[in-house]
Ligand binder design. Structure first.
Ligand code: SF4
Ligand code: SF4
Length: 426
């Protein structure tokens, strides 16, 4: 998959997977018995929670942690009853409340119709209050943040995960619903400059969206939002990041469908890659466990295999196969033990591969020495730690198998955590 330069002075290249001319229809996978919603919960203040075990839940109902208007929430993709509420700390300390719902039988699904009446008067307030849990996880708060008013909406129709074709599928097959979503976003935000970003091979179909079409090339990591902002949107907004709201093509399509029908879509599309490398598109209710998808395709996780949420360069290995599909899960992979590169660190040989591939121009070979010595502040002050866009390419090419990307993530998390603690005087 990786093409290395013959003379060793050119940078190695990786290319994104392109969707086929006639992609297979997604396989619909049903959740068995339970769904689990991981709701962002940085404070984990259980006393403020309004959720109770035993509460009935309708399909499409907003499941909010507190009664406050700005409380985090997701949408229940199936009706049933809450059977468990637990605090959950994910990778690098990200905090959630995990709400498990024992589902009613499919035939007995009870639908929530609160959004139906709200959908008659599309507005940013309604979208913010009811649609942040849609597939693709649209972030409407970006329009409210002070400082840099949003002037441009960028719709991502190119996948950022190397092996994913989830967003491309939406552009290829759902361009009309993307157009509806774009029209609605223009209406509720008053922002008319909408840019649809796609790989070259989808430029023609993207033309029917009513947005300005811009293309990214096929070389990893050109479809990373930071690089899109830097290289494609630099004339629309300052490189500092101000003024652009990013939405995935799936989220925009879901916004259009929600306001048009009065029913928020609750199924997530994702690319599932089996151990033998077969890739399938799968459609599942949000909150379905990865195990239900594994069962559907008779995929067994054996000792030493890994279940990865995300792409091969930046994905996170999860240890429990009941990990649920979240609104922004675009890729799920199973890696067999045989294909896992053991990260037995040896010393950096200064080959320079990491420096050649780094899209942020970081002296990664110097940065890594600092990180290994746990001099995180120096890494930030002298070696540009926070310019890293987290593409994972440096780890992938490292001759010495140093987990550079993981070192970087740990350093960023530690520094941010320390800053937060100082701010709170802890
Ligand atoms: S993960 Fe960061 S340091 Fe590594 S190549 Fe990507 S941008 Fe550069
Ligand atoms: S960190 Fe790895 S890729 Fe970078 S110079 Fe050292 S051995 Fe080479």
């Amino acid at each position: 998959m990786i093409k290395r330069a013959f003379f060793g002075i050119l940078k190695p290249k990786l290319h994104y997977k392109q969707i086929d001319e006639a992609p297979a229809q997604p396989t619909s996978v049903r959740a068995s018995q339970k769904i689990t919603l991981y709701i962002d919960d940085p404070d984990q203040n259980t006393e403020a929670s309004v959720l109770k075990v035993g509460d009935p839940v309708k399909s499409g109902q907003k499941i909010a942690l507190t009664a406050k208007a700005d409380s985090s929430y997701l949408l229940a993709s199936r009706s049933g009853r809450i059977s468990n509420i637990a605090l959950f700390v994910g990778i690098f300390g990200k905090k959630f409340t995990a709400v498990t719902i024992d589902m009613d039988a499919d035939a007995a699904q009870i639908m929530d119709d609160v959004f139906k009446s709200a959908s008659q008067t599309p507005s940013l307030e309604n979208a913010r209050a009811m649609l942040a849990g849609l597939p693709g996880k649209p972030d409407f708060n970006v329009f409210l943040s002070g400082g840099h008013p949003v002037k441009t909406i960028a719709v991502l129709g190119a996948d950022s995960d190397l092996l994913s074709i989830t967003r491309q599928y939406f552009v290829k097959n759902n361009i009309i619903s993307i157009k509806t979503g774009i029209d609605l976003l223009r209406k509720i935000t008053g922002i008319h400059n909408v840019i649809l970003i796609v790989p070259h091979h989808l430029a023609q179909v993207a033309g029917s969206s009513g947005a300005t079409v811009k293309t990214v090339d096929s070389e990893y990591p050109s479809a990373h939002p930071h690089l899109i902002r830097q290289h494609i949107l630099s004339s629309e907004a300052p490189i500092s990041g101000a003024g652009v709201a990013f939405f995935s093509a799936e989220a925009v399509s879901a916004i259009g469908a929600a306001f048009n029908t009065g029913k928020p879509p609750l199924e997530k599309l994702l690319s599932f890659i089996s151990k033998d490398g077969t890739r399938r598109l799968v459609s599942v209710p949000i909150g379905t466990s990865a195990q239900d998808i594994l069962n559907e395709f008779n995929e067994k996780i054996k000792d030493g295999d890994q279940l990865i949420v995300g792409g091969p360069l930046t994905g996170i290995s999860v240890y429990a196969s009941d990990y649920p599909v979240l609104p922004d899960t675009d890729t799920l992979m199973v890696l067999s033990k045989k294909k896992i590169v053991e990260r037995e660190e040896s010393a950096c040989v200064n080959c320079g591969e990491c420096v050649r591939v780094c899209p942020s121009g970081i002296q990664v070979n110097l940065l890594v020495r600092c990180l290994e010595a746990r001099k995180f502040q120096e890494a930030s002050d002298r070696y540009d730690l926070f310019s890293c866009i987290e593409c994972g390419f440096c780890s992938y090419v490292c001759e010495s198998r140093i987990p550079v990307f993981q070192h970087i993530n740990l350093a960023k998390y530690t520094l941010e955590h320390m800053k937060e603690a100082e701010k709170n005087n802890v």
